[in-house]
Design a binder for this molecule. Structure first.
Ligand SMILES: [Zn+2]
Length: 102
C-alpha cells in the first residue's frame, strides 16, 4: 500500500473548555473534532482489543463533558491527546483527524 501524503497541522487550538480541538492544515483546510468523540474512538490497547480490533471501551462510560487538556506530537503523523479523565494512551493519526469535521 502506498503511503498517502497527509498535510501536517500548522495550527492547533484546544477550545477554552477543552470540549473540542481545531486544527488548521498545511493545505489550508480546517477541521474540528469533539473531545468526547475522540475519547470514545480512542484506538489504544486499553480501549480496543489488539488481536480482534473489537472495541472494549464502552462509549457510554465516557461522560459527555470529557475534555482535552493538552496534546503532544507523535513524530510527524499523529497527536497524543491528554483527556480530562486522565486517559492519554491513544495515538490519533493525522489521517484519521482529517476525516473529522464534526
Ligand atoms: Zn484508549
Amino acid at each position: 500500500m502506498a503511503l498517502k501524503r497527509i498535510p501536517v497541522p500548522t495550527e492547533v487550538k484546544i477550545a477554552d473548555d477543552g470540549g473540542a480541538i481545531e486544527i488548521r492544515w498545511a493545505d489550508g483546510r480546517s477541521t474540528r473534532s469533539q473531545a468526547t468523540t475522540l475519547r470514545r474512538q480512542c484506538p489504544c490497547a486499553g480501549c480496543v482489543d489488539e488481536m480482534t480490533g473489537r472495541r472494549t471501551l464502552d462509549p457510554d462510560s465516557i461522560p459527555n463533558n470529557v475534555g482535552i487538556r493538552n496534546y503532544e506530537w507523535v513524530g510527524r503523523y499523529a497527536f497524543q491527546f491528554y483527556f480530562s479523565d486522565s486517559h492519554n494512551t491513544g495515538i490519533f493519526t493525522f489521517e484519521k483527524l482529517r476525516e473529522d469535521n464534526q
